[in-house]
Design a protein around this ligand. Structure first.
Ligand code: ACM
Length: 680
């Protein structure tokens, strides 16, 4: 209740901020930014319906006429020869048109509008641009000629409906947004430990039981029957799926289903425990790879999935298998011996190879998360790189197609604003500028031509309502759309933000909820945006304990570089596990000092706590130290909100060496994260 109230309040606030203070010039606010816009004089009036005509195959004309009837662009079909007030759509192979069938030339003139392309998709995207211009300018669109075509062929958005189920009307609404942003791949995460969401005739128990939980929370995972009075969840019938796939197709979107295997499969194993190494539910997350019944099950499911989804790619998950049951499972061990597999990674790779052969034999291709590289990648597989970019780089360099979705740029379940005031999200911060600045295929990437594209991912462990899902998606999906479509040379965050503010107004008017971009400056910890000047900047630091190798910030100089960390603990924060931090700064000469403070982070969900106490000591020779004083922390470790706090001492002293000793909060497995020791 509270969360919804907050979101609608935020929505209302920003609507006012954007429309009261937003740009008013007649600059286009199209997202993604078109390749080229040439302004002409005058404007085209849309006050009365445009006379629609086609120079295109009949099926293209039929499809686009039907589509236009669903949009606010009023058209009539009774005067195809009209020379004024027309909308002319042409498919042609003219050399003047962009080479891609998704490219188009849109010409808006006082006498009418024309769109030309080599294919239906290009006409569709020209219409999307026109619709955005109509939303911005109303019934008087400034005359212009836009030539446009996409950078990547794969422009995706992902939605996890296993953790929380939103239903087909929500999905269709997001498909409409995708189309407007020229996104063309909907990655539908339909199965996971928290729920199975797709009807499979051969295995009705999957949706009788594994689609329902007696609680709203996504973990732990008890399941209940569909008719349980507390049943929470849902699933898509085959008719629902056909309806969504056909709807997506009418919007030039391919739906790629994801059926998780071999990990994240607790819901299947709850229903069919014989497919687990333990032979019973709730022990392991992963399918037993030694058991042929596992492959029989998966292949039967995939057979029905392929009947519903005509996509070239079928996503088989592959991420985060725990592999815990496999080393001791007699069936898995026997399989490893028979197949000459040396470890559990190769056992996983065996499973992926086998499923790939199954899909390839039916004319489909396998797509999986980057863990499918472990133990050897299947020969024709495509990789979705989420654990950073290295998996994508490795796969591309070895000749495989890749889709880039690195978590630190494309995971929209992370915070986009101040974590201490935003609704709960996955720890870590992915503000809009960060997503926008992501480059999926940098010049130095070997095999960069194999990058099919980029995708926004929305996991929904913490996202229980449709309103909150949209809040997390938009406007960050706008940024992914622009990265995916527009040439990198056109990137300009400030211009993008201007357009995003206008788009936010337009999509709110259509009933979408969005993050309050107008109220957020850069979506980042403000203190991290400006350097801190102090006496210790550039001074060497020695450490009595070692930081954790995975959180090295920028190395030993990080605590005196004048740079504070962001709301992402992986950025500029030096992380220490299960230990105190004792760091000594050498100021180079004895100097008067009046303040020493060390800045720390607390983030309960990542098990990062503030230190119990920070003590400051000084010395002139680096050997004999005098304790000046210190500060106790009074914030409980359990406080759930992200906090950055500095602890230290103020007074009068002289010193060359300044030692900061931060005492661990004492929670085993817990972290201290420090970004700077500030001396004044
Ligand atoms: C993933 O986020 N586990 C693919």
């Amino acid at each position: 209740m509270k969360k919804n109230h907050l979101l609608s309040l935020l929505a209302g606030l920003s609507l006012c901020a954007a429309s009261c203070g937003g740009p008013t010039a007649e600059t286009d606010a199209v997202i993604p930014r078109p390749a080229s816009v040439e302004k002409r004089s005058g404007a085209c009036r849309l006050a009365s319906p445009l006379a629609l005509s086609f120079d295109a195959p009949a099926e293209v004309a039929d499809a686009l006429t039907a589509y236009l009837r669903t949009t606010p662009l009023a058209v009539r079909t009774d005067d195809p020869q009209a020379s004024d007030g027309y909308l002319r759509l042409t498919v042609a192979a003219s050399p003047e048109l962009p080479a891609s069938e998704e490219g188009y030339v849109l010409s808006v003139l006082p006498e009418g509008v024309s769109v030309a392309s080599r294919g239906e998709a290009g006409l569709f995207y020209g219409i999307q641009t026109l619709l955005q211009l109509q939303e911005q300018f109303g019934d008087r669109i400034p005359a212009q000629r836009i030539t446009d075509s996409p950078r990547f062929s794969y422009r995706g958005m992902h939605l996890d409906e296993a953790r929380h189920f939103f239903g087909k009307e929500f999905v269709k609404k997001q498909l409409r947004m995708m189309a407007s942003l020229k996104l063309n791949r909907f990655h539908w995460h339909l199965t996971d430990g928290a729920g199975w969401r797709i009807e499979i005739d051969r295995y009705p128990e999957l949706t009788e039981l594994a689609a329902w939980r007696p609680i709203e929370g996504w973990q732990p995972w008890p399941y209940c029957r569909r008719d349980d009075p507390n049943a929470y969840g849902g699933f898509y019938t085959k008719d629902d799926i056909r309806e969504v796939v056909a709807y997506a197709d009418s919007l030039h979107i391919t739906v790629i289903p994801e059926i998780e295997m071999p990990g994240h499969s607790e819901e299947v194993l709850a229903v069919y425990p014989h497919l687990s190494c333990a032979g019973k539910p709730h022990v392991y997350d992963d399918f037993c790879i030694g058991n042929d019944a596992t492959f029989e099950f998966l292949e039967n499911v995939l057979e029905e999935v392929m009947e519903l989804f005509p996509s070239e790619y079928i996503h088989v998950g592959g991420d985060e298998a725990t592999k815990k049951g496999w080393p001791t499972c007699p069936k898995c061990r026997a399989r490893m011996q028979r197949e000459g597999l040396k470890d559990v990674d190769e056992l996983q790779s065996y499973a992926v190879h086998r499923l790939e052969a199954f899909l390839n034999a039916r004319g489909r291709r396998l797509l999986g998360w980057d863990e499918i590289l472990q133990g050897g990648l299947a020969p024709n597989a495509a990789v979705m790189s989420w654990r950073g970019e290295s998996g994508g780089r490795e796969a591309a360099a070895s000749g495989h197609p890749v889709v880039m979705v690195p978590g630190s740029y494309c995971y929209l379940d992370k915070y986009q604003g101040n974590p201490s005031t935003e609704p709960e999200a996955l720890e870590g911060s992915v503000p809009l500028p960060k997503t926008y600045m992501y480059e999926p295929a940098p010049q130095d990437m070997p095999g960069r031509e194999r990058v099919l594209g980029v995708q926004a991912n929305l996991w929904t462990e913490r996202i229980a309502t449709p309103e909150y899902a949209e809040y997390m998606l938009y406007p960050r999906v706008f940024a992914v759309a622009e990265i995916a479509w527009s040439a990198p040379e056109l990137k300009d965050y400030e211009d993008f933000r201007r357009r995003a503010l206008m788009r936010i107004d337009a999509v709110r008017a259509k009933g979408y909820n969005t993050f309050d971009l107008a109220g957020s400056v850069r979506g980042e910890r403000p203190e991290s945006l400006e350097e801190v000047r102090h006496l210790a900047v550039g001074c060497p630091v020695t450490y009595a304990s070692e930081w954790y190798e995975g959180y090295p910030a920028d190395g030993p100089g990080s605590l005196t570089d004048g740079k504070l960390g962001s709301w992402t603990y992986g950025y500029r924060w030096l992380g220490f596990l299960n230990t105190d931090v004792e760091a000594t700064v050498d100021l180079g000469a004895v100097k008067p000092i009046r303040e020493v403070k060390a800045d720390f982070l607390q983030w309960r969900s990542a098990f990062i706590g503030l230190p119990k106490r920070v003590e400051i000591a000084v010395s002139s020779d680096g050997e004999r130290f005098t304790v000046l004083g210190g500060e106790e922390n009074d914030l409980p470790f359990d406080d759930p909100k992200l906090q950055c706090r500095a602890f230290g001492w103020t007074g009068e002293a002289e010193a060359r060496y300044v030692r900061c000793h931060a005492f661990s909060h004492g929670h085993p497995g817990g972290w201290l994260f420090i970004d700077e020791i500030i001396v004044n």
